[in-house]
Design a protein around this ligand. Sequence first.
Ligand SMILES: *Cc1c(COP(=O)(O)O)cnc(C)c1O
Length: 428
Amino acid sequence: MTSDHLLDLDRAHVWHPYSAMGSDLPVYPVASAHGVRLKLTDGRELIDGMSSWWSAIHGYNHPEMNCALEAQLQKMSHVMFGGLTHQPAVELATQLVALTPDALQSVFFSDSGSVSIEVAMKMAIQYWNAKGQPSKKHFLTIRNGYHGDTFGAMSVCDPDTGMHSLFQDVLTQQYFVDTPGCRFGQPCSDEDIADFEQTLSSKKEHLAAVIMEPIVQGAGGLRFYSEGYLRRVRELCDQYHVLLILDEIATGFGRTGKLFACEFADVTPDIMCIGKALTGGYMSLAATLTTTDISETISQGEPGVFMHGPTFMANPLACTAALASLKILLDSPWQSEISRIEKQLVAGLKPCRTLDVVKDVRVLGAIGVVELVNPVELATVQPLFVEAGVWIRPFGKLVYLMPPFIIQNDDLGKLTTSIVDIVSNISS
Ligand SMILES: *Cc1c(COP(=O)(O)O)cnc(C)c1O
């Protein structure tokens, strides 16, 4: 198929994320990808600054990943998980339990981050139901969060920036407090947490859980908030008998400089969701982890089982990809790689700070964010990045980088330089 033909058929029949059918916005056909480079069908190569939305942490076409998947493919690509089990799932669950905070002992696999959030919310509701408190079925969250696109997940996304206002009438009403005012690295004052505590204490009879992204709010605005705030949230959840769900789908597996972002605050959630980088970006897989107290309470209460079971639960290929990805990560000096990337992001994006069109520049781990005053015009800016030989996909007011951990300094330099150049040419 020629590229033109492919693009014609794409425009005619294929829907892309958050886009209009038949849109004039460009899409770029990728022929292959190796390491940190995406190769387009016209032969151009782009340096990847996105890790395919937080996930491809080891780059593309990793030989060890490929080898592990080819071996698993010869055994079985899938079997149902009802009444059957297999080594990749058991090994992966065991490793995840070992890597996450100690209290998390039970693992529920699902196929995507959004579904792992639905699972977490259902766990929290079933827990309180089993404890004879069925009125505790709502959720409290902070604004500017993002937890996915299914209905339960949408209900706890930011009601304004969350892109879901269209569905407001059919979404369960949840409780929201303002985004923490205290930034990462700053202390959290009583005033910073006051709104949260007030809402938590007044609504506790209705609250199954607090749900939030730890430290880094992802697609809802790429904000980094105070470790102290998260610590206070944990204490208050205990005090008012409300569960804490932490959504580590974006932050998990080293991206922030910690394996999981909750480690910054030394906080253990009651329920944790992981996804995205779990399989190194190879397959769709997510998991919801919880404590023995919650799994036993649900299992001993009515109806005595947890009410969820995806068809492709614990897919053996996906679990194998996750095991291979974890091995590559944990065998690598990932902490020093992330701090190398962090230093270079700070230095490389620094020139943006003086630009009129820029509101803020912030970096944490392998996440570099340039927040503009106004939203980016994707139709004009996207082709400029491609012409510069980089794959950077701005979003609203945010031009950001989250490169694969294997990126070398010269390639990372090209990513930051292209941002500085292109943002400099945006007129205010
Ligand atoms: C991406 C993301 C989700 C949703 O995951 P999907 O796999 O896209 O369904 C949920 N929460 C956070 C924090 C995310 O970044």
